[in-house]
Design a protein around this ligand. Structure first.
Ligand code: ADP
Ligand code: MG
Length: 676
């Protein structure tokens, strides 16, 4: 009699199990292999285990990349459970700022960004016997770059062993992508299809949401209404709702919770008793123990309703889903040429993506997909396909990485889809502005140092400046705090909000006022030096989880810096006022983000775009706009207006000599050297 849950038995029911032997053989037979299979067929969790069982870990590790950090962590947890080992031993994961691996780790899940860093340290990946690039259809920037690098370095059998004692195997996995294109890119390699059965999904369009209804509150309301309709009128089966991000998901869940309470829980739908609704939010920055609930089957008679971001579209599969409710929107990082920066914005999904979402309902039986938007929205607002990230975001960091890998000609690098040339030139220009490359496009000493940091290049530049001046203790905490999300608690409830605002203002005052960066430093230091840091956080309306992460990030950044300082690190001196040191260092990296007060309370950016910007209400400086003149800012949010967030005032003299750099670079010069 089985007393414990047996995952082995369950995994034998997955479609991939039928192809196990031939799949292992296919990997043995080739350098590159494309594996395609429906989401949920078992690619991510099973294939690495098959390769492990087949002895691929004798010489080296199996590395599996994921575009999303939650996916890397969740999947590693699952596989560790299935292999009955402690996470971090045989099976582990590594994501930015969180390394859960050990000497004995042979099955390693990681983000594509982490693998890119490993290639930087060891271009032939000598520790690995197999690299599995997963979720390639997502077309994340780092996956695309890694794909190009692997093609370049291992394109023929002789190369596959170059600098290594045994050949590297590369498996590229995708749920939907045009496989011929991938195969053609990788030397016409074999395509292995995992046959999966899919049940039909009926899709219906709504009537309430049209091309003009792009307000979050509008479609969230409609989502809640549709969800309750489905809950009260459809047969048993779980619901998966697609929304765009944390705050939206939280508010949808709150609304659902309130409204579902007023629904009479005991009713029969077509002779099947559904007694209640279990509402579960699901987004990337959620605590991992909470995430695990998503995969548990609901209690008998209870319908599970998962309200998720796009992560549930292909990266992670939740069993038992029969109904999809699709908002039609997704949060996406796009380059905004008006502002000259990358901005996280909510946009309509592509038709292809909508089909992918609908498909989540047809895994175990016939399903239904309720699109809350109408046919007009579908036809006029939704593009056919999602544009690959490489064609819509800033390339500064990856271009520096390529240059450091000796890829001088970044225009003719083997891209699966080429980015527009102006995006590459823009990246070169920015690297030049940060002194990371010289006029001839060669990486400078500073560039070699910069590439070591997993941070926004401007922020790295500021950290290096501070280190040269011996005041890294000011910048490292700030850099760490800027790398974690959701530091300040915003309760929403008006009374509590007032209390929180007061505490936050007090922290700003304590830091000297008028400087969001300094406030972050104060929060970091005050919490760290407190006897009871978690109580300190509670008291000051600060998220303890975010602070804990920031402490760990700061330690890791410090370690990188120590490693680099052992080599010849540039030394500088500062003869200004000590209290201005933090802002002075920030200017070295943020002179690309300078704005000047134009009229009233409106600012104008100085990078040549001359974009009109407003101070975001979350900034502790938003009440003091009138006193500000020149400022630098960390990031931008675009709604109906353009808002800048996390900022501080500066003196014009500090950037006077840097600002001309924004205009001096001749892109044509860079363009011609880029092609040399
Ligand atoms: P694919 O990569 O082909 O999309 P996966 O290997 O991710 O497929 O998933 C295979 C199966 O394992 C799915 O049915 C999924 O529901 C299940 N599964 C994956 N991760 C978990 C988890 N953390 N908890 C429970 N079930 C899981
Ligand atoms: Mg997968």
């Amino acid at each position: 009699k089985l007393t414990r849950w047996d995952s082995k038995d369950e995994s034998k029911r997955l479609p991939i199990y039928q192809t196990k032997a031939s799949l292992i053989q296919a990997v043995k037979d080739s350098t590159f292999l494309v594996v395609i299979g429906e989401t949920g067929s078992g690619k991510t969790t099973q294939l690495p285990q098959y390769l492990f069982q087949a002895g691929f870990c004798k010489d080296g590790k199996i590395g599996i990349t994921q575009p999303r950090r939650v996916a890397a962590i969740t999947v590693a947890q699952r596989v560790a459970e299935e292999m009955q080992c402690t996470l971090g031993r045989q099976v582990g994961y590594q994501v930015r700022f969180d390394d859960c691996t050990s000497q004995g780790t042979v099955v390693k899940y990681m983000t594509d960004g982490c693998l890119l860093r490993e290639i930087l340290a060891d271009p032939v990946l000598s520790q690995y016997s197999v690299i599995v690039l997963d979720e390639v259809h997502e077309r994340s920037l780092n996956t695309d770059i890694v794909l190009g690098l692997l093609k370049k370095n291992f394109s023929n059998p002789a190369q596959a062993t170059k600098g290594r004692s045994f050949p590297l195997k590369v498996v590229v996995m995708s749920a939907t992508m045009e496989t011929e294109k991938l195969s053609a890119f990788l030397d016409n390699c074999c395509i292995f299809s995992i046959p999966g059965k899919m049940f039909p999904v009926t899709c219906t369009f709504g009537s309430a949401i049209g091309p003009k209804d792009t307000e979050s509150t509008t479609y969230v309301k409609e989502i809640v209404k549709t969800t309750l309709d489905v809950h009260t009128s459809e047969m048993a089966g779980d619901i998966l709702v697609f929304l765009t991000g944390q705050s939206e998901i939280e508010s949808a869940c709150d609304l659902l919770f309130k409204k579902a309470e007023s629904v009479d829980y005991r009713y029969d739908v077509h002779d099947q008793t559904v007694e209640g609704l279990l509402i579960l939010p699901f987004y990337g920055s959620m605590p991992t123990d909470q995430q695990r609930q998503i995969f548990q089957p609901p209690p008998a008679g209870i319908r599970k309703c998962v309200v998720a971001t796009n992560i549930a579209a292909t990266s992670l599969t939740i069993n038992g889903i029969k109904y999809i409710i699709d908002s039609g929107f997704v949060k996406q990082l796009n380059h905004n040429s008006r502002v000259g920066m990358d901005i996280l914005e909510v946009v309509p999904i592509s038709k292809n993506e909508a089909q992918q979402r609908a498909g989540r309902a047809g895994r175990t039986s016939a399903g239904k997909c309720f699109r809350i938007y109408n046919k007009e929205f579908w036809e006029h607002c939704m593009p056919e396909y999602t544009v690959p990230e490489i064609q819509r975001t800033r390339l500064t960091a990856v271009v520096l990485t390529l240059k450091c890998l000796g890829v001088h000609d970044v225009i003719r690098f083997p891209y699966l889809d080429c980015p527009e040339e102006r995006f590459i030139l823009e990246a070169l220009k920015q690297l030049y502005q940060f002194d990371a490359i010289d006029r001839r496009g060669r990486v400078t000493r500073l560039g070699e140092l910069m590439v070591e940091f997993p941070l926004y290049p401007g922020l790295t530049r500021a950290v290096l400046k501070a280190t040269s001046l011996g005041c890294q203790d000011l910048l490292l905490p700030v850099a760490a705090m800027l790398s974690v999300e959701n530091i300040f608690i915003r309760p929403g409830d008006p009374d509590k909000q007032k209390e929180a605002d007061e505490k936050h203002r007090a922290l700003s005052t304590k830091s000297g006022g008028m400087n969001d960066f300094a406030t972050l430093l104060t929060v970091f230091q005050s919490c760290k030096s407190s006897d009871r840091p978690s109580a300190w956080c509670k008291d000051n309306w600060v998220h303890w989880r975010a602070l804990k992460l920031a402490f760990s990030v700061e330690t890791q950044l410090r370690e990188i810096l120590l490693r680099l300082q052992r080599k010849d690190f540039p030394i500088e001196t500062f003869d200004g006022n000590k209290s201005e040191l933090l802002r002075w260092c920030l200017c070295a990296g943020y002179f690309t983000n300078v704005a000047r007060r134009s009229v009233g309370k409106v600012f104008c950016t100085m990078d040549g775009n001359g974009c009109i910007v407003n101070i975001h209400p979350s900034s502790l400086l938003s009440e003091q706009k009138a006193e500000l003149d020149w400022i630098i800012f960390h990031d931008v949010i675009v709604t109906s207006r353009v808002y800048i967030r996390t900022l501080c005032p500066i003196h014009y003299e500090w950037v006077k000599d840097l600002l001309p750099k924004l205009h001096e670079v001749n892109v044509y010069e860079l363009s011609s050297v880029a092609r040399e």
